[in-house]
Design a binder for this molecule. Structure first.
Ligand code: ATP
Ligand code: PRP
Length: 226
C-alpha cells in the first residue's frame, strides 16, 4: 500500500456553526470526534475511526486546504466558495453535495430610511462595504450599478452607521444583527448554505475510502431536505 492510501481521510471544518451543524451528520454515521474545538486548542482531531480525522481551520481557508489536497474533504459556505472561485488550482475542487446546513442569505442592507431604490435609479455611485467583494461586484455589475467597494473583514453593520459606506453586503439569518443596528435588508443576492467540497485527485486516488464519506453526507443532506 502507498503512503497516501494509508493516510487517514482528512475533513476540514471551521469551528462554530459549521462544526456544530456537521457533528450530528457525522454522529448519524457512527463517527465520533475525540474533542470539542471550542474547549480544546488542538487543530487535528481524531475520531473513533482510525482512518478519519478532522482538521480545524478558518472558514475562509477551508477551500485552500482542500484545493491543495492537504485535506481530502471540507465543508464551506457558498459565500466562501464564491469568493474563492478560481483559486490557485482551478478545477481541483469538486462540489458534489449541498448539505443544507448553516443556511442564511447574502443581502444588500442599508440604514433604515435610506432610499436605496431611488439611489439606484438616479444612477448614484454607491459605496458598499463588504467582506464578500467578488459576490458584491458581480451582483452590482449584473444590475448595471456603479459601486465603490470597500473590503472589510467583519462588523460590516457599522459601516453605514458611521458614514463609511451607503450600504453593506452581508449574511442575514434571523435579521437580529441588522435590527440591532438600525439597518434593513433592501435586496437579496443569493441564498447561502454549506457544501461538501472534495479534492478531485483524492477522490480519484482514494475513492474506496472517500466514497463511504460521500454516501454519509449524501444521505444526511437528503434527510435535511425531507
Ligand atoms: P472566517 O473565520 O473565515 O472569517 P466566519 O467568521 O464567516 O469566517 P462563521 O461565522 O463560522 O465563519 O461562518 C461560517 C459559515 O456559516 C459562513 O461562511 C456562512 O456560510 C455561514 N453563516 C454565517 N453567518 C451565518 C448565520 N448568521 N446564520 C447561518 N449561517 C451563517
Ligand atoms: C454573521 C453575519 C451577520 C450575522 C447575521 O455574523 O456576518 O453579522 O451572522 O445573522 P443574524 O441575521 O441571525 O443576526 P456571525 O454571527 O457569524 O459573526 P462574525 O462577525 O464572527 O462572522
Amino acid at each position: 500500500m502507498t503512503e497516501l492510501q494509508q493516510a487517514p481521510i482528512t475533513l476540514a471544518l471551521s469551528k462554530g456553526r459549521i462544526f456544530e451543524e456537521t457533528l450530528p451528520l457525522l454522529q448519524d454515521a457512527g463517527i465520533e470526534v475525540s474533542e470539542d474545538p471550542e474547549t480544546s486548542r488542538k487543530l487535528i482531531l481524531s475520531t473513533n475511526q482510525p482512518d478519519i480525522r478532522i482538521i480545524i481551520v478558518r472558514a475562509s481557508d477551508v477551500p485552500t486546504y482542500v484545493e491543495y489536497g492537504a485535506a481530502d474533504l471540507g465543508i464551506a459556505g457558498k459565500d466562501v466558495l464564491v469568493e474563492h472561485a478560481g483559486g490557485a488550482h482551478p478545477g481541483a475542487l469538486y462540489q458534489p453535495i449541498d448539505l443544507q446546513i448553516a443556511r442564511c442569505r447574502l443581502c444588500v442592507a442599508t440604514r433604515e430610511g435610506f432610499d436605496y431604490e431611488a439611489a439606484v435609479q438616479q444612477g448614484a455611485r454607491l459605496r458598499i462595504a463588504t467582506k464578500y467583494v467578488r459576490a458584491a461586484r458581480d451582483h452590482f455589475a449584473a444590475k448595471g450599478v456603479y459601486v465603490d467597494l470597500i473590503k472589510l473583514y467583519g462588523s460590516m453593520e457599522l459601516a453605514p452607521l458611521i458614514g463609511l459606506a451607503d450600504a453593506i453586503v452581508d449574511l442575514v439569518s434571523t435579521g437580529n444583527t441588522l435590527r440591532a443596528n438600525g439597518l434593513v435588508a433592501v435586496e437579496d443576492i443569493m441564498p447561502i448554505s454549506s457544501r461538501l467540497i472534495v479534492n478531485r485527485a483524492s477522490l480519484k486516488l482514494r475513492r474506496k475510502k472517500i466514497q463511504p464519506m460521500l454516501d454519509v453526507f449524501q444521505r444526511a443532506s437528503q434527510e435535511t431536505i425531507a
